[in-house]
Design a protein around this ligand. Structure first.
Ligand code: ADP
Length: 503
């Protein structure tokens, strides 16, 4: 390997914001740049992103990270890309213009279409082919909605000139100077259009959702060749050697490459993922079977699978306390506020702001506060919201335990909201097991960097790279754990009240 190339670039395009991070040969962060992404809520339950903003922010984050660190793009051996999953769009391949804003994974506009498909008996076939629960969360029904919208509102559009994709596909196409229309197995497995048996697009599902196959990107191994960042962009070509869905990238960074190893990321939503090895495992408890990552292995890619519990709105509820309710000025403030009271004064929060994911899969559930009495103050409300994040994770851990042979004895965490010490302490209490937090919380970006660096031979030893990651803190269950576990029962009662709300 050429020694003048001392860095790997990770692009982490999340739901709330976009990041570029440079990693050095020790896997340490050299510098980073971040921009928050605008959230558009055109109707209740709908959420859109502007694809052009994502692309422009990706470019400006890259430029900024090189400027602030003084590293030259020539010094970068490879780039890795990791993105918010399921969010999807259509664009015109001649003009490069999106045909509509991207529909974000949390968006519920297609819930009724999914319900209709369930009533027609498609849920089982879809779960069998894709490993996923039939739900508006995944891309398939969103792409179908976008195509209908284009047919109705822009009938002049020639579908032969249209491309479809998730955020990785859109950004890859732009980064490569419009040369590569591709995705990787981990992102493709979240569209509800990829067959987990063949790891290819499922023609029956494309037909069912009315999506012409020629709109879809080529599926490539997650650690593999995705072309190069076009010279026009940074003045030099940089090979793109890894693409992952954000949760799978974090799993990779944590070193979870053996069956049963798992992590939980606390971002906009929370995602508990357990590696299930090269054999596809199916859940009996409403967890998803999905691709962890795949590796180009000469001819035939090697695919690792995972079991996942997806909880839609966790950090997003903290953002809602800040931007919607204006109850707090910043997310970290919730830690102090929650600690300033002994308990929630009997208040329970159901964080179903975009319906409920695992293990309920209820698109019509909505958020709620229960148990409010006259003495309840802002601090109790804030604490109830934080506690609800931990309760949701407890439900998914219980489901994983029911699916597996060995009970989970340690939870590795990462993501923006895992910075919250109150939340992590409460999480350890409610689970009754230790919670371990690494020093670098950007595991998502780290996974993309590790993947790209390993794929290009900048690094050779995955285990060594993972072993170098530093632990920040372990949270051990305290004397309050029994109370927390009792309260979990009450919270489940509250969840029962919030379900089937918009039926
Ligand atoms: P994503 O990748 O989904 O955009 P991040 O991992 O960047 O998410 O985390 C951002 C989320 O974490 C936001 O929803 C924010 O509200 C939440 N968050 C950030 N810091 C804290 C904190 N100290 N306490 C609680 N939540 C936090």
């Amino acid at each position: 390997m050429e020694t003048k190339q001392k860095y790997v670039l990770a692009l982490d395009l999340g739901t709330t914001g976009n990041r570029a991070i440079l990693f050095d040969g020790n896997g340490e962060v050299v510098g980073q740049s971040y921009g928050e992404l605008t959230q558009y809520y055109p109707h209740p339950g709908w959420l859109e992103h502007d694809p052009m903003e994502i692309w422009h922010d990706t470019r400006s984050c890259m430029e900024q990270v090189f400027r602030s660190t003084g590293v030259s793009p020539q010094g970068v051996a490879a780039a890795g890309l990791t993105v918010q999953r399921e969010t999807c769009l259509l664009w015109n391949k001649t003009t490069g213009e999106p045909l509509h804003k991207a529909i974000v994974w949390q968006d519920r506009r297609t819930a009724h279409n999914c319900r209709e498909l369930t009533e027609k008996g498609y849920a089982e076939k879809i779960q069998e082919s894709t490993g996923l629960v039939l739900d508006a969360y995944f891309s398939a029904s969103k792409l179908a909605w976008l195509l209908d919208w284009v047919k109705q509102n822009q009938p002049e559009v020639d579908l032969d000139k249209v491309l479809a994709g998730t955020v990785d596909t859109w950004i890859l196409w732009n980064l490569t100077g419009r040369r590569v229309h591709g995705t990787d197995h981990s992102n493709a497995s979240r569209t509800m259009l990829m067959n987990l048996g063949t790891d290819e697009w499922d023609s029956e599902l494309l037909d069912l959702f009315g999506i012409p196959a020629h709109l879809m990107p080529e599926i490539r191994p997650s650690l593999g060749d995705f072309g190069v960042i076009d010279e026009e962009i940074l003045g030099t070509e940089i090979p793109i050697r890894a693409v992952f869905g954000d949760q799978q990238a974090a799993l990779f960074a944590h070193g979870c490459n053996q069956k049963g190893m798992l992590k939980c990321t606390y971002g906009t939503g929370s995602f508990l993922i357990a590696q299930s090895g090269q054999e596809l495992t199916r859940s009996r408890n409403q967890l998803l079977s999905t691709v962890a990552w795949s590796e180009a292995n000469g001819g035939k890619p090697v695919t690792n699978y995972a079991l996942e519990g997806a909880m839609f709105t966790t950090g997003a509820c903290i953002q809602w306390l800040r931007d919607g309710l204006k109850l707090i000025k910043s997310a970290p403030e919730t830690d102090t506020l929650a600690r300033s009271v002994n308990d929630t004064d009997g208040v329970y929060f159901v964080p179903a702001l975009s319906g409920l994911g695992a293990p309920h899969w209820d698109m019509s559930a909505r958020g709620g506060f229960l148990g409010i009495t006259g003495g309840v103050q802002r601090e109790h409300i804030v604490r109830a919201v934080l506690e609800s994040i931990a309760y949701q994770v407890k439900e998914v851990v219980d489901a994983m335990n029911q699916d597996g042979d060995t009970p989970i004895s340690l939870l590795k965490v990462d993501g923006g909201a895992s910075q919250n010490n109150f939340l992590m302490e409460f999480q350890a209490d409610v689970l009754g097991i230790p919670v371990e937090r690494p020093a670098i919380l950007d595991a998502t970006a780290q996974g993309a960097a590790f993947g790209a660096g390993l794929a290009i031979g900048f690094w050779n030893d995955y285990d060594e790279l993972v072993a170098k990651r530093k632990r920040d803190r372990s949270f051990i269950p305290s004397k309050n754990q029994h109370q927390a576990q009792d309260n979990f029962q009450m919270w489940q009662k509250a969840v029962g009240r919030a379900k089937n709300w918009t039926e």
